[in-house]
Design a binder for this molecule. Structure first.
Ligand SMILES: [Zn+2]
Length: 406
């Protein structure tokens, strides 16, 4: 799809009407959760429908995406495709084996230990976020299929565990498998995804409700590892897979144990610690997916804290990834400010030259170029990866760069 950029200052009401939607523009009205079921309710959800071509474009426009951000996403998935390993996997630092370009420097990045299962999940997720699967005809179809088959082949057939690393790997890979199944409904991946979910449930600390680096941790768990597991269970629910209600109830208990601040809208890494912007964004996103209302004082407290740390998002990809989802769900003028700042930052910092074109250099919070490229692309796909949890809130007039179909 080709977009021609057009910069306009537009009344939001007009934009909505032009999109055939009938939302009334309004600012700061209290909103309750939309018709998405919160985590804990069984059954499938229509939420992956935002990734269909038609809704994707609508969500892009209404959420504040631009032709530049979409070009950046396209360049990113092209870079990922060019740096997949021949066996279908990706690596945190083993990018050189596939890339034939003599100018390629991807392999020169030293990222410590390699986590191929996590890297493969990162390699695939930006494709899924844009609605592309192994069944989508096009240049990436076989590549996506090879990635998925590699994941399933390397799953522990007895336990369902994905990857031999820590629970970060398993959580990320579970999100990828659940999305692959949820988008395609290909039964080949249903059992693998369900088995991965089962392992996640088994790995939870039964008392605290948390997850940590190791399965069934001797500690209560930590918010960072927790976030990936929790979102993988959410992905499973959206895909129509079974998630044990008890697991979710215990997880909510963990979230409460790490919540801080007057209203409980700030979050710490562990119960005894203090809040940080990154952990707060994880906690807020999980709270949103757990059914917390937009009008909840905790959500207001958390949003204000996230906004106060906007500048820090430019140097913390992890915070940026989570906080962008939180702010996108909340919409309104704060999201408008957040989005314009971070979107421009991401587009401008993407590498434009040589074989690295489309990638982002690793930051202090990303292990290697695959993870860095993936997490930044996913942040630019926030407009349509999920439907917003809450009904959109619009300020009366917003400056929107409106992509126009040629
Ligand atoms: Zn290369």
């Amino acid at each position: 799809m080709t977009f021609q950029r057009r910069l306009v200052v537009i009344c939001t009401g007009c934009l909505m009407i032009s999109m055939g939607l009938c939302w009334t523009a309004r600012a700061f009205e209290e909103q309750s959760a939309q018709d998405q079921p919160p985590v804990g309710e069984d059954g499938s959800s229509p939420s992956y429908q935002s990734r269909t071509a038609e809704l994707r474009e609508q969500q892009l426009v209404s959420g504040g995406g631009t032709s530049e951000s979409e070009r950046a996403v396209a360049a990113a998935i092209n870079w990922l495709a060019r740096h997949q390993n021949p066996d279908g996997s990706w690596g945190c630092q083993k990018c050189e084996r596939q890339c034939k370009d003599p100018s390629c420097k991807a392999h020169l990045t030293k990222a410590g230990a390699d986590y191929p299962m996590a890297a493969t999940a990162f390699g695939l997720l930006p494709f899924f976020a844009a609605g592309q699967t192994h069944e989508t005809k096009g240049p990436y179809q076989q590549m996506i299929r090879n990635g998925l088959l590699w994941m399933v082949k390397n799953q522990d057939p007895k336990t369902g565990r994905l990857g031999g690393g820590n629970m970060y790997e398993h959580g990320l890979a579970t999100i990828a498998l659940c999305e692959a199944y949820g988008l395609s409904k290909d039964v080949k991946f249903k059992n693998a995804a369900q088995a991965a979910v089962q392992f996640t449930e088994d790995a939870q600390n039964d008392v605290s409700g948390g997850w940590h680096y190791t399965a069934n941790p001797p500690t209560v768990g930590d918010t960072s590892v927790f976030g990936w597991q929790f979102m993988s269970l959410r992905s499973a629910q959206l895909a129509g897979l079974q998630v044990d209600r008890q697991t979710i109830n215990k997880a909510k208990k963990f979230l409460t144990s790490v919540s801080k601040g007057k209203g409980g809208g700030l979050f710490a890494y562990m119960p005894e610690g203090g809040p940080t912007p990154a952990m707060s964004s994880v906690g807020l996103l999980c709270s949103q997916h757990s059914g917390m209302k937009r009008s909840d004082p905790a959500m207001t407290e958390g949003m204000n804290y996230v906004m106060a740390n906007l500048d820090g998002a430019k140097s913390n990809s992890y915070f940026l990834y989570y906080a962008s989802q939180v702010m996108h769900n909340l919409s309104g003028p704060e999201w408008d400010t957040w989005n314009r700042t971070t979107r421009k930052h991401l587009v401008s910092t993407q590498i434009k030259e040589d074989c690295a074109a489309g990638s982002w250099a690793p930051t202090g919070h990303t292990a290697g170029p695959v993870m860095s490229t993936s997490i930044h692309a996913l942040t630019l796909e926030v407009y349509y990866r999920y439907l917003p949890i809450y009904k959109p809130v619009y300020s009366n007039e917003q400056k929107i760069e409106l992509p126009k179909k040629e």
